[in-house]
Design a protein. Sequence first.
Length: 136
Amino acid sequence: MTDENQKTDEQESAVPSTTKEIKTSLKKDSPKEKKTSRKKEKVEEVKAPSGRIEKKEVISAHSRHQKDTGSISVQVALLTEKINHLTDHLRTHPKDDHGRRGLMSSVGKRRKLLKYLKDRSKDLYEELIQKLGLRH
């Protein structure tokens, strides 16, 4: 019987009595902190490449001269890259309605620019469509 009394006394002393002790014991044993700290480490280790590099590559591939950054062919190419990126994003996140709205907006802008280009220069339009792989 004395052994049982000693065990209960030890168990009672192991249980924190004040709220401060409870909070500190929870912080020490909290698995959430450990998980978030791992996530933070992963985020710090893996940094996404900047979108500027891809943008510069697209601009240089579709520009007419060295300082050409705003011609219709460059704008359509940039919008196409953006549309492809958003399409992939929406495949993994189907409930992202704000992203879907941005996609629809980009598709509309590209459609209007392509219509303008088609009216102005049929040759440039066909060349750009073939280069970007649109409308097979």
